[in-house]
Design a protein around this ligand. Structure first.
Ligand code: DHB
Ligand code: FE
Length: 281
């Protein structure tokens, strides 16, 4: 049977792609941020998951504002990256697992999550940068990766609680897959940031630190916030943090905290890394 070994969260800042592509990761500006990934990389190397379900949001590469699914699952064998306008070369295509994805889609539907299924899906920095930060950049990626896109871009946006419930349904869906497979869930985006308007540049360090602690130990705390409260505290783009709740919901209630790291500001964001392990394994 497939099993979820744990979850990792990561911000997905586009400038990370530039820092990696141009060899800047050990420069003073970036070093502490990238050092924060080392324990997560080691944990992944030790446990060698076969597949990552990457919970992320598309920022206009695959979906535009005319059609925005609330939850969209990649159901393809290959996912391509493409030019997003950052003057970066797209990375190599990712290998998915269409058979696994269709199983997940079916089991989510049975649990009343009516997701959009995508047999073609371009993946942007929200998906690519966490993978590069955690596994390095490869021509042949060392892990299969499945995109699960959440709308955090155009209102109405799902609530943190809905994302948490999606995670719980995702766990059942994964655990009912008959093949042996080790799965890791990535929750990407966040933490606090606002890229536009009067409050552009907002970062809320205290709230971010509390999010890292309590999403791990008391997810009900974060599930109880309304979207307006999250945006008031964490900025309009800070709403991306709801995607961490899909990861959290997919894990058992009592998890082992392997690693926590926070760095702010980096680009325009308060950035967090969290590694949680399911202890039943
Ligand atoms: C930044 C962060 C994001 O999540 C994003 O999608 C774009 C930009 C930033 O920090 O600059
Ligand atoms: Fe983003």
């Amino acid at each position: 049977m497939a099993k979820i070994i744990g979850g990792v969260t990561s911000s997905h800042i586009p400038a990370v792609g530039n820092a990696i592509a141009n060899g800047l990761t050990q420069e003073p500006y970036w070093k502490r941020f990238f050092d924060g990934y080392k324990p997560a990389q080691e944990w992944l190397q030790k446990h060698q998951p076969d597949l990552a379900i990457v919970v992320y949001n598309d920022h206009g590469l695959n979906f535009f504002l005319d059609k925005v699914p609330t939850f969209a699952l990649g159901c393809a064998d290959v996912y391509e990256n493409a030019d997003e306008g950052w003057a970066l070369k797209p990375v190599a295509p990712f290998t998915g697992d269409a058979q696994f994805s269709w199983h997940i889609a079916e089991k989510l539907m049975e649990q009343e999550f009516d997701i959009c299924t995508c047999q073609e899906m371009k993946v942007d920095h929200g998906f690519v940068n966490p993978i590069r930060a955690l596994w390095g950049t490869h021509e042949k990626w060392p892990i299969k990766a499945i995109p699960l896109a959440v709308n955090v871009v155009q209102h109405p946006v799902p609530t943190a609680r809905r994302c948490y419930k999606l995670g719980k349904a995702l766990r059942k869906a994964v655990e009912s897959y008959p093949e042996d497979m080790k799965v890791v869930i990535l929750g990407t985006g966040g933490l606090s940031h606002q890229l536009q308007g009067e409050r552009a540049g907002l970062i809320n360090v205290d709230f971010d630190l509390e999010c890292i602690d309590r999403i791990a130990s008391d997810p009900e705390w974060f599930a109880s916030f309304s979207n307006s409260e999250i945006m008031r505290l964490a900025g309009t783009e800070g709403i991306e943090t709801i995607m961490w709740m899909v990861m959290r919901g997919a894990l058992q209630d009592d998890v082992k905290i392997i690693h926590k790291h926070y760095h702010a500001p980096i680009s325009n964001t308060g950035a967090g890394v969290l590694v949680l392990e399911n202890t039943f394994i």
